[in-house]
Design a protein around this ligand. Sequence first.
Ligand code: PHE
Length: 344
Amino acid sequence: MADLKDRIEGLRKAFEAEALKVGDAKSLEELRTAFLGRKKGHVTLLFEDLKTVPAEDKREAGRQVNAFKTFVQDGLLALEGKVRSDGRPARAMDLTLPGRKKYVGAPHPLVLFQQEIENIFLGMGFAIEEGPEIETDYYNFEALNFPPHHPARDSWDTLYIKDDLLLRTHTSPVQIRVMEKKKPPIRIIIPGRVFRRETPDPTHLPMFMQVEGLVVDEGATFAHLKGTLEYFIRALFGEKIKVRFRPSFFPFTEPSAEVDIECIVCDGKDPSCRVCGGTGWKEILGSGMVNPQVLKNVNIDPEKYSGWAFGLGIDRTAMFAYGITEMRHFYENDLRFLRQFGAK
Ligand code: PHE
């Protein structure tokens, strides 16, 4: 390492000395070849030698060689200006050009929306948990009470990596991971990406976001589920929004319900509404009482504890909240779209 440093220092001095002598295009070209020449240039040789530097020193050595290369390139550029026949610097400055615009980054609309959701639940005493996007069959399905080959698996169009490894189709597997580690009382939300085999269209994408919620405690009831979700939806959409619970089925909850909110785009009045399809309602989440079998799977006694859970689609709820009819806008990073949410 010390060797390399000395060599670079020596080469730096040599470059400076030679640079003073450059007076025309020919001598400049010679200097360039001496240092940057493809075969025997000093800088090129330094890069060659990097290959023999021990692994632990490589990073620092690489940094030094690169810095020296930049030094040489800058030096050559400055000399170019000096030797040009018209005496103009190599990069003449055009003072009439408009200035370069500086772009200021901003949180993505879905991140903002996710934070809004998180804040409502944090305010109710929920904690935030996360889990892996690549899952095993056990966590994504089996522990959630999907028997092998059960047809209910078909409604989660799964992207497999290998036989037993898949991209999680929902955030529910994190329920299992958390319950394996923590004992009740549990009160958490789990935001994250999920993946399904979907052909992209205005309301479907192969990747989207969910927020899972899970409460496990003594005496947790469906009334708590209902009250909490209603409070949450009102906090997000305003006091007046109409909410309805519709019976549904999930293997990991019993009983189960899907939650619809009234279409705020057409107020339920437009039979050809593109957002609610004329039904006047928009489904935003699935929910239910944690199936006792799921509690058994993680060694929580269902005689003593009960739980409730929900899974909310962040993208579709955000589309609804902002009146967006095309889900792909969220992932195209078109500034004309992003600027409407604070990007500059
Ligand atoms: N995981 C379900 C889905 O992706 C939603 C859900 C979560 C339902 C928790 C009930 C309880 O559709």
